[in-house]
Design a protein around this ligand. Structure first.
Ligand code: ATP
Length: 377
């Protein structure tokens, strides 16, 4: 931020609604963000980018060639969801989300999983204690390194190689983020491993995590095989504080965690470059949900939660706390729950309820400058 910007606390945020319910949940999160603006003394300049699968079908690219340069000018990126049934994941994921994560070195993917009263967990009778954990997922390498190919194709004898690449720096920096986070929480880190089945990558990961653990003597470290961890996420989720995992393991564990506390629609995620050199990106963990897209019933909470994470990242801690307090109040009261949580409220009703709670917490909102980038997409 320039001096003038930081004096005004003006934040520039790029918005990519994407596809399917991403458009609906982004709209909901923007309504909450707009309601928060000004009340806590900051201003926002939002620019929308209509990139994603529709853009691909119309123009042959998920986003324009200069997209990453344009995004680099922002402090943060809000992403909805990407995916359409007639566009292969190899295109939608690898030509939009992965290039953003990598170009901006968003090497940490933070996924909080917290049980909020008012949401009935499928394990309600077993969940005596509160679930409040954070999955810290490595986000730029590991199993999602995009190294490999198919030999002798097409033939009956074809061979596929998908190589996982783990760097010492990559493992240590995500582990360091997890340990630092644990010092601010309950001081416990569990590392997901599978050193018995993956005898090269996982001992390497384990050694890097142990080396970082030595820098944090006050934090307890346990390494647990990912299969046992998957079961423990279901059977005793309240046992966990911070869970650090490779790209694939973190992806899977966080979806299990979200399901345990009530559903995928509640899951939020922050793709962080903790050094602040590049914009970080905030998104829900769900996809574009083609089965419910356009019906106005998508749960917007995961996306709104990701906005709270974005506000915290931008230094707007009071606003972030207020957004989360409003979300919790709405869920606890049960006044507006979408069908995936057993209610009958529509996306707009949940959003309005969160905005209304937020309005009770501060003074009048300042205008938000909104720029639509449609013409340039
Ligand atoms: P994609 O290919 O884009 O990832 P998908 O359908 O494979 O899409 P999700 O979009 O994550 O995967 O959806 C999985 C299931 O969860 C679907 O049945 C969907 O309707 C449901 N779902 C996902 N997100 C939400 C949400 N925000 N609110 C309600 N239901 C949701």
């Amino acid at each position: 931020m320039t001096d003038e910007r930081s004096a005004r606390r003006l934040h520039r945020v790029a918005v990519i609604p994407g596809d399917g319910i991403g458009v609906e949940t982004t709209e909901a999160a923007l309504a909450v963000l707009t309601a928060a603006t000004g009340r806590w003394g900051f201003e926002l300049e939002l620019e929308r980018f209509p990139w994603g699968c529709d853009h691909y079908v119309a123009k042959g690219r998920m986003m324009p060639a200069d997209a990453l340069d344009r995004l680099d000018r922002f402090e943060a990126i809000m992403l909805g969801a990407i995916g359409r049934s007639d566009v292969p994941d190899a295109v939608s994921i690898w030509e939009l989300i992965m290039p953003i994560r990598r170009r901006f070195d968003q090497f940490v993917n933070v996924r909080p999983i917290r049980r909020i009263g008012g949401v009935r967990s499928p394990l309600a009778d077993r969940l005596a204690a509160a679930v409040d954990l954070v999955v810290v997922r490595e986000n730029t390498e590991g199993e999602y390194s995009d190294i490999g190919g198919v030999l002798r194709q097409p033939s009956d004898d074809e061979v596929c190689l998908q190589v996982a690449g783990f760097s010492r720096t990559g493992c240590e920096r995500v582990a360091r983020y997890a340990f630092r986070l644990a010092t601010e929480r309950r001081g416990r880190v569990v590392s997901a491993t599978k050193s018995n089945g993956l005898p090269h990558s996982m001992p390497f990961w384990d050694a890097a995590v142990r080396a970082v653990a030595a820098e944090f003597p006050a934090v307890e470290l346990r390494s647990v095989h990912v299969d046992a961890l998957a079961a423990a996420f279901v059977l005793e989720p309240a046992e966990f504080d911070v869970v650090v995992a490779s790209n694939l393991f973190g992806d899977i564990l966080s979806e299990i965690g979200a399901a345990v506390v009530g559903g995928i629609g509640l899951g939020s995620s922050a793709n962080l470059d903790p050094t602040g050199r590049h914009p970080s990106m905030f998104e829900p963990i769900h996809g574009s949900a083609p089965d419910i897209a356009g019906r106005g019933v998508a749960n917007p909470i995961g996306q709104i939660w990701s906005v709270a994470m974005m506000l915290r990242h931008l230094g707007e801690v009071d606003a972030a706390d207020a957004v989360m307090a409003s979300v919790e109040a709405v869920l606890r009261s049960g006044e507006a729950l979408t069908p995936d949580l057993g209610g009958s409220a529509r996306t707009a009703e949940v959003t309005a309820a969160v905005v209304e709670r937020l309005a009770l917490k501060g003074a009048a909102a300042a205008p938000v400058e909104m720029v639509a980038a449609g013409g340039r997409g």
